[in-house]
Ligand binder design. Structure first.
Ligand code: LFR
Length: 473
């Protein structure tokens, strides 16, 4: 069979990138052709994503992709989950909110008053996260915005809509809204109606691998394409794409997709909807090829990046490589705090909140940047190990290895301490798992690479051999 090029637009919480992938039956390569910052904006009514800046970054990247590979066969888009734009007649109603905006508390109360969490979990299989779309929509409803909208589009679907004019909801990301039935994978319109959310705003669901449409004329002009390019649905939830690219044997491995968040769990064939899973706050998100992403959200490198932002705001200089080296040389015992504590969710002074947690729990309060960084890494490693153990217990699986993908795979101390605290080997990489998963699903649709997720993962394991960290006694 043939080989060819595809382009992946991958939007993360701190930056976006466009990657050009070259895939053949036995080859997989990719590199960034565009990178742009993602800078949320706080305005009078809360914290927002600058979606138009992200779209511009994506278009600039696509132009670079087309210039380098005029034969690029398709484009796929992924981003973080849950957030959305409301539209009327193709026009965005206001600026989309950031999931870390604190307006959702009222939505949580409103939803649970009508449908208790136990019942929600039975229907949608999702862990409780205060920003799940269903809670955000309930807040919109009470603010009157929802009745103006004719369509709701999740972030990657919005970008695909700008590119193609086709309004769809890709299923893996739709599964994070709380409005998709965990068993049938269809919109739970009965739940929507009960919550007085208009089911009419929910677009047609599509699966990863399906063609969404092709680029519109104004897009072709903007990206320098001579003819329209297909836009293909991928695992548009970034975590779904990342899991595609974990070079694992899913029966015996756990994964940690570690960027802003640490998503820790297993890939299963069937959801786990037990009381124990609900109480442990484990989620059953929709994966590519109808696999289940049974996982728990751990706070992730957000704890570190938000600390660094705070130090920089205070005029201290921070260099990440030096900071991590200093963290590795800390010999004094540091606090292991609860990385899952909701107080760490909102933007703001992270070191102060960590210090406060430590004082409340009679733990040593970190005093230097290096001690804070070490305490964060130890606390993440502990939470990761815990989540792996819990995932195994809840699913009845035996976990033999942990795969760490995403930016966290570059953090040697984090990988080693996760291995130590979990008592299991950690296989680190690839760092760009999300973009790789995006590329692979498109490549399969184009016939450049074949088969099931296992064969796609074989390609990843060969092209990006993971680095192994054995637990130290
Ligand atoms: C990771 C991620 C998580 C989701 C969080 C919020 O980037 O997509 O999977 O829970 O962001 O959308």
């Amino acid at each position: 069979s043939t080989s060819g090029h595809v382009a992946a637009i991958d939007l993360g919480a701190t930056s976006g990138r466009v990657m050009l992938g070259a895939v053949g039956p036995n080859s997989l390569e990719l590199h960034a052709v565009g990178r742009f910052p993602n800078q949320p904006v706080r305005t009078i009514n809360g914290l927002h994503w600058d979606l138009l800046a992200l779209y511009r970054g994506a278009v600039d990247g696509l132009r670079a992709a087309v210039a380098e590979a005029p034969d690029v066969a398709s484009i796929g888009v992924d981003s973080w989950a849950v957030d959305y734009a409301l539209l009327r007649d193709g026009r965005m109603l206001g600026t989309p909110f950031h999931y870390r905006d604190e307006r959702t508390a009222a939505g949580v109360e409103a939803v649970h008053a009508v449908t208790p969490f136990e019942e929600l979990y039975r229907r949608n299989g999702l862990q409780f996260l205060p920003f799940n779309t269903v809670y955000q929509l309930a807040a919109e409803r009470d603010g009157g915005m929802l009745s103006l909208a004719d369509t709701m589009l999740l972030v990657p679907d919005l970008i695909a809509y700008f590119l193609t004019g086709e309004a769809v909801a890709e299923r893996t990301n739709a599964s994070t809204t709380g409005l998709v039935d965990v068993i049938t994978h269809a919109w739970d319109t009965e739940l929507a109606e009960r919550l007085q959310l208009p089911a009419s705003v929910l677009p047609r669901l599509v699966d990863p691998g399906e063609r969404i449409g092709s680029t519109l004329g104004y897009v072709n002009d903007g990206i320098g394409a001579i003819s329209p390019i297909d836009v293909v649905a991928v695992g548009s939830h970034d975590t779904a794409s990342a899991v595609v690219a974990v070079p694992m044997r899913a029966e015996t491995a756990a994964y940690i997709s570690c960027g802003t968040w640490g998503l820790v769990g297993l890939e299963l064939e069937q959801p786990v909807l037990t009381d124990a899973a609900r109480q442990a706050n484990f989620t059953n998100e929709g994966g590519v090829d109808s696999r289940v992403r049974f996982l728990h959200n751990v706070m992730g490198l957000w704890l570190l990046s938000e600390s660094i932002r705070e130090w920089e705001r205070a005029g201290e200089s921070v260099e990440l490589t030096e900071l991590l080296a200093a963290a590795a040389s800390v010999t004094a015992p540091v606090a292991v705090f609860d990385a899952n504590d909701p107080r760490f969710m909102a933007p703001g002074d992270m070191p102060a909140r960590i210090a406060e947690w430590c004082r409340e729990h009679d733990q040593p309060v970190p005093s230097t940047q290096a001690e804070f960084a070490r305490s964060i890494i130890e606390s993440l490693a502990e939470a990761f190990g815990d989540a792996v153990r819990t995932a195994a217990e809840l699913s009845g699986r035996t976990v033999e290895t942990i795969h760490m993908v995403g930016g966290g795979a570059l953090n040697e101390l984090l990988c080693q301490r996760t291995a130590d605290r979990a008592g299991l080997p950690v296989l680190a990489g690839p760092v760009e798992a999300t973009a790789i998963g995006n590329v692979l699903v498109q490549a399969r649709t184009q016939g450049f690479a074949g088969g099931d997720l296992e064969s796609l993962r074989d390609l990843v394991a060969t092209a990006f051999a993971p680095r192994r960290y054995d637990p130290k006694a």
